[in-house]
Design a protein around this ligand. Structure first.
Ligand SMILES: Cc1ncc(COP(=O)(O)O)c(C=O)c1O
Length: 365
């Protein structure tokens, strides 16, 4: 998000309680956090940074400043993603001068189990100890391997690693955004495979699982667990694929995520309505136009990218229905959370006319 957009939003919504940003992103883009945090603090907002992919950053100067070092009040880290804790084990780091520990614990206890999993807690402690004692050495190795891998991938001729300037849209070019070099995004458009074919090839022939892709890129993450032999295996696979010398194929861009429409009712009110089901497709297998203008009772989120296309209380448009259908028909493995299946028929849960009448519209609240 452009810095100016953030500054403008902070200025225009001075009554907001918190600013929440992801830093760094899955593809390694890092905001220039200090001025953004300062602007939010000047308006009395707390700053919460989602550092899911950046928990290791404190332990090597190449990755600093971390969110807390930049002044954020809270940082959430998926310790299991990029360090060595068990799956689901994560941390919330607190730097808020107004932190109310009692309130925090009460709210935490409302949402958590009364049966702690001590193996997960112990794994967090092991991950902490490892990164404190060996983090610098391990991260130096990871950085070295990332540098080598970037050069190796470019040497294949068929694949190209995207640099920061390739990744940044024009409106963000002046924002002092940086790239975490351990996240490597590769342009595959000249390799002669579609992304689906390439993912299949890497998995079936080379036993390599790709985690993130777009229609013309794949993103590789190197972590403290990456070894030279793993990097060599990947390079070897890409080199073999490149040597097949296939003619580039035409790649089809996946549909753009539709923009937010209108929030008619509070999400909580809409979610707790019983609602009614309506199919996404009509009898001719076309976009069901009866959905236009209706209000969703559920949150509908395609994974990937994991960005909600509808939230409860939001108005549905033809563009949204079209997008959801294209996701369901896509060749890629996309799960669409929130869709209700009536037998084999994908449906949305909508507010009934009577329910809409019984709720207070947001613009009247
Ligand atoms: C940016 C971001 N934040 C948070 C999460 C969820 O984190 P966790 O797995 O620790 O619940 C993810 C998971 O992929 C993520 O990508």
């Amino acid at each position: 998000m452009p810095k100016q957009t953030l500054f403008k939003a902070i200025e225009e919504h001075g009554d907001a309680q918190a600013l929440i940003l992801t830093n760094c992103t899955y593809d390694g883009l890092r905001y220039d956090l200090p001025p953004i945090i300062q602007a939010a603090h000047a308006k009395g907002m707390k700053v919460i940074i989602d550092e899911a992919w950046y928990g290791f950053a404190r332990f090597h100067p190449a990755f600093r400043p971390t969110a807390l070092e930049a002044g954020a009040d809270y940082a959430t880290q998926s310790t299991h993603k990029v360090m060595s804790a068990f799956s689901q084990s994560s941390m919330i780091h607190v730097n808020d001068p107004d932190f109310n520990e009692h309130l925090f614990r009460e709210i935490f206890n409302m949402h958590t189990s009364t049966s702690p999993q001590y193996s997960m807690i112990a794994s967090l402690d092991v991950a902490r100890k490892q990164i404190v004692l060996e983090g610098y050495k391990l991260l130096s190795r990871t950085l070295e391997l990332a540098k080598e891998l970037r050069a190796q991938i470019n040497s294949t001729g068929a694949f190209r690693v995207l640099e920061l300037s390739d990744l940044l849209p024009d409106e963000i070019k002046q924002d002092n955004v940086q790239l975490d070099p351990t996240k490597v995004t590769v342009d595959i458009s000249r390799c002669g495979f579609t992304i689906e074919e390439l993912i299949h090839e890497l998995f079936e022939r080379f036993n390599i699982q790709v985690e993130k892709s777009t229609f013309n890129t794949l993103t590789l993450l190197l972590t403290i667990g990456t070894t030279r032999s793993k990097v060599s295996r990947l390079y070897d696979a890409m080199m073999r694929i490149a040597r097949e010398n296939r003619a580039p194929q035409r790649l089809y861009q996946t549909a753009e995520i539709p923009r937010f429409t209108e929030l008619k009712y509070l999400p909580r009110d809409a979610f707790y309505c019983g609602g009614e089901l309506m199919p996404l497709l009509d009898e001719q297998d076309k976009v069901n136009s009866n959905l236009n203008g209706r209000v969703s009772a559920d949150q509908i989120t395609p994974y990937p990218p994991g960005i909600p296309v509808l939230v409860p209380g939001q108005m549905i448009t033809q563009g949204i229905t079209q997008y959801l259908i294209s996701m369901l028909r896509s060749q890629k493995r996309i799960e669409v959370h929130g869709i209700v299946y009536d037998g084999y028929l994908p449906c949305l849960r909508l507010l009934t006319t009577a329910e809409e009448k019984s709720l207070t519209k947001l613009d009247k609240l």
